[in-house]
Write a protein that binds this ligand. Structure first.
Ligand code: ADP
Length: 205
């Protein structure tokens, strides 16, 4: 991959989106795995057509879009079907993300991937950045944001790679326990560092 790519990750409610938007304010292009995952199953896409051929039109909403909740439910307890779906979508998502990286116009790119380590996407990036907060703060910020109950958030936290593993695998860590103003300063400092690293990277390309 020619362009320097930083993989941004962190557990639910850690502040990935907030941090990504601060990098965007610095003029950096974002490639967001969640957005790409929706694009590859948009109406008329090869991804959606393959899903419909396999699972039938009952996976569509009345307006012809993929019913993601229904699909999730369909594969939830069916390991074979879940694998089939992952084998269809994961390569498509990967390819589309790389395409968007190549199209990006900034000096480096931030790839926002909630399950960066869990799905092995850290192999696609040159450096990893983990947004870190305590599980208690993850729960309270997510409950406030999504209006869900704490048990649901705890279940999601437990299904994701642990805080200690993320921290052990991170090249850079951004602490998001404090105020947004502090986060801004931390992002600005990392941005300077990444500009320098991308400069070296491009010089050796
Ligand atoms: P993620 O994308 O990792 O799930 P978000 O960026 O959406 O996390 O942040 C989760 C919630 O916490 C959002 O409502 C966000 O506005 C809020 N938030 C993020 N960082 C801070 C902070 N430093 N102080 C207070 N609230 C924050």
């Amino acid at each position: 991959m020619s362009k320097f790519v930083v993989g941004l990750t962190g557990g639910i409610g850690s502040g990935k989106t907030t941090v990504a938007n601060l990098f965007a304010e610095e003029g950096i292009c974002l490639v967001d795995a969640d957005v790409v995952a929706r694009e590859v199953v948009a109406p008329g896409s090869h991804g959606l057509n393959a899903i419909i051929r396999h699972f039938g039109t009952e996976m569509l909403t009345a307006s012809g879009e993929l019913d993601r909740a229904k699909l999730r439910q369909r594969v939830f307890n069916d390991e074979q079907e879940r694998q089939w779906l992952n084998q269809l979508l994961h390569p498509m998502i990967r390819q589309e993300m790389l395409l968007q990286v190549e199209k990006a116009t900034s000096d480096y790119v931030i790839m926002v991937v909630p399950l960066l380590f869990e799905n092995g996407l850290d192999r696609l990036v040159h450096r990893t950045l983990v947004v870190d907060i305590s599980p208690e703060l993850q729960v309270s910020r997510t409950v406030k944001r999504d209006n869900v109950d704490a048990t649901q958030v705890n279940n999601i936290i437990n299904s994701q790679c642990s805080r200690s593993e993320k921290l052990a695998r991170a090249d850079d860590i951004i602490d998001n326990h404090g105020e947004i103003s502090r986060l801004k300063r931390e992002v600005h400092a990392l941005h300077q560092r990444y500009l320098q690293l991308s400069g070296n990277h491009n010089a050796h390309d």
